[in-house]
Design a protein around this ligand. Structure first.
Ligand SMILES: Cc1cc2nc3c(=O)[nH]c(=O)nc-3n(C[C@H](O)[C@H](O)[C@H](O)COP(=O)(O)OP(=O)(O)OC[C@H]3O[C@@H](n4cnc5c(N)ncnc54)[C@H](O)[C@@H]3O)c2cc1C
Length: 483
């Protein structure tokens, strides 16, 4: 086996942290030089099976991982688990695509997955190269007999898959990350794509599911038997980004164990939340601005895939079986169905969700006031509730659902900003960034999505009186700041 060649291209280096470590294949090469035997093992000559890790960073309920393990074992080949990091680089709006909180959380989530895999004699390799670059490089040196991966939904994810297929890589896509597979939905499916004929808004989607009485599939168990990892050391370059300072006001301190990224913390949190008295009152508390018990806080783990939504749904079933159904448990399911709806909307509409007028081609295109957008990002709009929210987001990577709506509405309606710029800012900042939920919610509020009322304009004074009557939240985040 020849030593690994230098990478064809290196991912762009943006700032410090992960961007500065865009050198996996460089490190692979160095590793191969240090361990010349490592990448010449019989397994590698005969071939290998790959699990391409995407937004499914877990061992439980993971069809792609299970298929990769089964195929590797059946063929007697090693399994390589490889995770290209999320795309980084400057956005068209003038800021980096990965903000410091998300960057660190993405990294920690992979570290946690590596820890889980090591319990089974496996390890995780990662790269800041694109999937096509990284897997192409691998395939140039090793016989990659199969690549198993979670099926992508967003246009960028689909383009990544197309680039692998164009290189002749044997890609197997697995539906995962949602509650339902396409075939289990109660809607007709397009013969060419297999995609469902989705109702035009959320309520008929939910009602059709309720009428059909269809339930999400049961979560799959972890793989029972594991193939060997490729012989020798996996290249694990030291890419760790700096840990952002923990703001003592954070309501989701992701550097502390209960909120830490990864599957183990996700499952512990799921259990703890459902064992708490928070579930029955969820519908009444969910709009709170900063109380960590007010809503489930499952989204950061759902976003990386450390938690499967089917596992969360099944845990709710078990909770109800033991403690009874409640308004709160019903409503958590409704919210999980919102997530599901936006997944299918992205699958069906794809790139249209990124057009200036989204799903409303005849509508007036949004304007954009760049200076006002900048003030919005920095929390200097002079609108106290919005400024407080935007400061919390920048300082902690978290924002309650209510404030996500309020701040989005203010950007669009008070500040004349483009909804796509707002969506890009949330993408960079949110710990729980998820392409479907983010783009779908932004389009909805902007009136370019599936809101039957044509978009939302929140009355800021009313929102402040209703959700921050004493001004505590505004004081917490605005004190000491000039607008
Ligand atoms: C403009 C805007 C952008 C958003 N961007 C994201 C995003 O990038 N990632 C993300 O996960 N959520 C996003 N949301 C949805 C929602 O704000 C978060 O899912 C929720 O605040 C997460 O907190 P939680 O886990 O405590 O939610 P809960 O209130 O406990 O809800 C339980 C789960 O249901 C799902 N859910 C709840 N509300 C929504 C919703 N409106 N749309 C889709 N799914 C929902 C989430 O998976 C959530 O974890 C966005 C909402 C808005 C208005």
């Amino acid at each position: 086996m020849p030593a690994l060649r230098p990478p064809l291209h290196l991912a762009p280096q943006v700032g410090a942290g992960l961007g500065a470590g865009a050198l996996l294949l460089g490190a692979l090469q160095a590793c191969a030089r240090r361990h010349p035997a490592d990448w010449r093992g019989p397994g590698m000559r005969q071939g290998l099976v790959l699990w391409w890790v995407r937004r499914d960073q877990r061992l439980h309920d993971n069809p792609a991982l299970r298929a990769a393990c089964a195929e590797a074992r059946q063929r007697g080949l090693p399994l390589l688990c490889l995770a290209p990091l999320p795309p980084d680089g400057p956005t068209r709006w003038g800021f980096a695509r990965l903000g410091p909180h998300r960057r660190w959380v993405e990294w920690q989530s992979l570290q946690a997955l590596d820890g889980q895999l090591r319990r089974h004699g496996q390890r995780l390799g990662w790269t800041t190269l694109t999937p096509a670059q990284a897997l192409g490089e691998l395939a140039a040196r090793h016989r990659v007999v199969a690549v198993h991966a979670q099926q992508g939904l967003a246009p960028e994810e689909k383009a990544e898959e197309a680039a692998l297929v164009a290189q002749g890589l044997p890609l197997h896509r697995h539906e995962s990350g949602g509650l339902f597979e396409a075939a289990a939905l109660p809607f007709a499916r397009a013969p060419d794509t297999g995609l469902p004929a989705l109702p035009c808004s959320f309520t008929p989607f939910r009602q059709a599911l309720e009428r059909s009485q269809r339930q999400p599939g049961s979560p799959l168990p972890e793989p029972q038997s594991w193939p060997p990892s490729p012989a020798g050391e996996l290249p694990l370059p030291a890419l760790q980004p700096p840990c952002p300072p923990v703001d003592p006001r954070s309501s989701h301190p992701y550097t502390t164990p209960p909120c830490a990224p990864g599957e183990a913390a996700a499952l512990q949190h799921l259990e703890a939340y459902l064992a708490s008295p928070a579930v029955p009152v969820y519908k009444k508390t969910r709009d709170a601005l900063s109380d960590p018990q007010a809503s489930t806080r499952w989204s950061p783990w759902l976003a990386t895939g450390a938690l499967s939504p089917r596992r969360a749904w099944a845990a709710l079933d078990a909770h109800e079986a033991a403690q009874g159904r409640s308004e709160g448990s019903d409503w958590i399911r409704v919210e999980l169905l919102w997530r599901e709806y936006f997944r299918w909307l992205m699958a069906v509409e794809g790139a249209r969700l990124y057009h200036p007028t989204g799903l409303k081609p005849g509508a007036a295109a949004p304007g954009h006031d760049a200076a006002a957008f900048e003030r919005w990002c920095q929390g200097r709009t002079g609108l106290p509730l919005v400024d407080a929210g935007m400061r919390e987001l920048a300082a902690t990577g978290w924002l309650s659902n209510r404030l996500r709506q309020v701040c989005a509405s203010a950007l669009l309606h008070e500040l004349g900003g483009d909804w796509r710029a707002g969506a890009a800012w949330y993408e960079a900042q949110l710990l729980d960034f998820d392409p479907q939920s983010n783009q779908g919610n932004w389009a909805y509020i902007a009136g370019y999505g599936t809101d039957p009322r044509g978009g939302r304009h929140f009355d800021l004074d009313w929102q402040a009186r209703q959700h921050d009557p004493q001004g505590t939240y505004r004081a917490r985040w605005n004190e000491g700041h000039q607008p």
